[in-house]
Design a protein around this ligand. Structure first.
Ligand code: MN
Ligand code: MN
Length: 452
C-alpha cells in the first residue's frame, strides 16, 4: 500500500477543516477553484469510474451532497493537475493491484478498519507433503469472528489426525481429497470430495484429510473464531507421546517398545500412500459404524438460488447442510461489470475469500467511515457486522467469491428492497429526490445486478 496515501487517510480529521488544511489552501489559491466549490451537476444519475478520474464532470451534485462537502471537494480537487502525482518510491505491482485505496473514490472517508488482506502475503509453512498458511486475527485484526487457512496436500499426503476448538467449514479449490470424521457416539463418516465440494467438522470432532488424485489437492478452511490457529490443534501424535508409557500400556495394551516407535514430534502434514477405493473403506465399517449424518456437501451441484445475466448466487446454510451450525456461505459469481447489490448482514460480520477474477468493495460503517479496496484471487475481505457493502466485478472475467457468515442462516438486508418498502413521503423526505426517480430503483432484493 502507498504509505503516504494511507497515512493521510488514517487521520479522520485530515479532511475536516478546510482552513487548517494545506491541501485546501492549495485548492483555494487555484484560479479555477470555484469549480470545486460548485461542482457541475451531471444529468445522468450514473457515475462511471472514469468520471471520478477525469478532469471534467467531477461529480453529480446529488452524490456530493451526501457527505461533508469539504471532504468530497478536497478528494475531487486532489485529482486535478499535479496534486495526486507520486514521484517518490512506490511498490508498483501493489499500487497497480490496489488502485482504489491508492487514489480513493471521493466518497471514501475516515477508517472503518482493515477490510483487505491476502493469503499471498502470509508465511507458508511448507513441509514434506504440502503446505499451509493462514489469515487469523493476528494477521488481520479486524476479523474477530472468523479465521481462514489455505492448505495444500500432494497426492497421498495427509493432514495429521487432529481436532480443535473451532468448527471447520471447508471448500475444495483443486483436486480431490478423502476426509474422515468421527462423532462422539463412535460413528464415523468417510467421503471423497472434489472441487466445489464442502465439508464441515464440528469443534472437537476428530478428523483427517488426505490428498488423492494425481495433482493432490488444495482447499480453503474457514473457522468460526478469528483467533483460531492452524498451528494450535490437538494432534494424535502429541496426545499419545505425552502420555506416560505405562498408561499407554494400560489404555491400549501397547508395550514400551511399541511406545518408543510412536512419532516423538508432530507429523502435521506428511507424505503417505494413496488409499484404496472409498467403497472398500466403507465396507470395513459395515452398516452400524457409519453415521447417516452428512459432513460433506456438493455445493457445485446445488442449483443457484439466483441466476441472471449478472451471474449467480448459491447460498448454503443449515437448511441445506444441517451439520453446518456455526458457519454459512454464499458463493457469488459476477459477470464483468456486475454488482453484488448494496446490503448488510444483521447478525454477523462477513469474511470473504476471492476465488477468481478482480473486484472492488466499499465498506461504509458508522460515523461516516468508508473505505474502498480492490480484490484479487486468494485475497480475503472483511465487513464489520451490519456495515453496508457492495462487491463489483472490475475485471474482464467472472468474479467468484465467498461471503462467509458466523451464523447458521445466511441473512442479508437489501438497501434497494428497504427503499422500495418505505412509504413514499418518507422516502422523498430522506432522499431529496423526486418519487419517480426513487422508484426507478429495483423494488426487491435481487442479490446481483447487471453491469449495464
Ligand atoms: Mn481441522
Ligand atoms: Mn455481504
Amino acid at each position: 500500500m502507498n504509505s503516504k496515501v494511507l497515512a493521510a487517510d488514517h487521520n479522520p480529521n485530515a479532511n475536516e477543516n478546510a482552513n487548517n488544511n494545506g491541501r485546501n489552501e492549495d485548492i483555494a489559491n487555484r484560479p479555477d477553484s470555484s469549480e470545486f466549490q460548485n461542482p457541475p451537476s451531471q444529468s445522468s444519475g450514473v457515475l462511471s469510474r472514469r468520471a471520478f478520474v477525469g478532469t471534467a464532470a467531477l461529480a453529480s451534485a446529488g452524490l456530493a451532497a451526501l457527505a461533508a462537502a469539504q471532504t468530497q471537494q478536497e478528494l475531487i480537487a486532489g485529482r486535478q493537475g499535479d496534486y495526486s502525482s507520486n514521484p517518490g518510491p512506490k511498490n508498483e505491482p501493489l499500487v497497480e493491484e490496489e488502485p482504489d485505496p491508492n487514489l480513493p473514490p471521493f466518497t471514501d472517508r475516515g477508517d472503518p478498519g482493515a477490510i483487505w488482506f491476502s493469503f499471498d502475503i502470509t508465511n507458508r509453512r511448507v513441509q514434506s507433503g504440502g503446505w499451509t498458511h493462514q489469515v487469523t486475527d493476528r494477521e488481520f485484526p479486524t476479523s474477530k469472528d472468523i479465521a481462514g487457512v489455505n492448505m495444500r496436500l500432494t497426492q497421498g499426503s495427509m493432514r495429521e489426525l487432529h481436532w480443535h476448538t473451532s468448527d471447520e467449514w471447508a471448500i475444495v479449490l483443486t483436486g480431490t481429497s478423502r476426509v474422515t470424521v468421527m462423532q462422539p457416539d463412535g460413528k464415523i463418516y468417510i467421503d471423497d470430495v472434489a472441487p466445489g465440494d464442502l465439508w464441515y467438522f464440528p469443534k472437537g470432532f476428530p478428523h483427517s484429510i488426505q490428498g488423492l488424485g494425481n495433482g493432490g489437492t488444495e482447499f480453503l478452511l474457514v473457522f468460526d473464531d478469528g483467533h483460531f490457529s492452524e498451528s494450535d490443534t490437538f494432534l494424535i501424535s502429541e496426545s499419545l507421546v505425552h502420555t506416560p508409557p505405562e498408561v499407554i500400556q494400560k489404555n491400549m495394551g501397547w508395550s514400551r517398545d511399541d511406545f518408543n516407535k510412536l512419532p516423538r514430534t508432530q507429523l502435521y502434514i506428511f507424505p503417505g500412500e494413496v488409499p484404496g477405493p472409498l467403497e472398500e473403506e466403507k465396507r470395513r465399517l459395515g452398516d452400524n459404524l457409519e453415521t447417516m449424518t452428512k459432513y460433506t456437501y456438493k455445493l457445485s451441484a446445488q442449483p443457484p438460488d439466483r441466476s441472471t445475466n449478472a451471474g449467480n448466487v448459491r447460498i448454503v446454510d443449515v437448511d441445506k447442510f444441517p451439520v453446518a451450525q456455526g458457519l454459512c456461505a454464499a458463493q457469488v459469481t459476477l459477470k464483468p461489470g456486475a454488482l453484488r447489490e448494496l446490503h448488510w448482514h444483521p447478525h454477523s460480520s462477513e469474511w470473504q475469500y476471492y476465488m477468481h477474477g478482480k473486484g472492488r468493495m466499499t465498506v461504509a460503517s458508522t460515523g461516516a467511515n468508508a473505505r474502498t479496496f480492490d480484490f484479487n484471487p486468494n485475497d480475503v475481505g472483511f465487513v464489520p457486522i451490519q456495515a453496508v457493502h457492495y462487491i463489483e466485478n472490475t475485471g474482464t472475467e467472472d468474479l467468484i467469491f465467498l461471503e462467509m457468515l458466523k451464523a447458521p442462516h445466511f441473512i442479508d438486508v437489501s438497501m434497494n428492497e428497504w427503499i422500495a418498502r418505505i412509504p413514499n413521503k418518507l422516502a422523498e423526505a430522506h432522499l431529496k429526490l423526486p418519487l419517480a426517480t426513487i422508484r426507478k430503483a429495483p423494488q426487491e432484493k435481487l442479490y446481483i445486478l447487471p453491469g449495464s
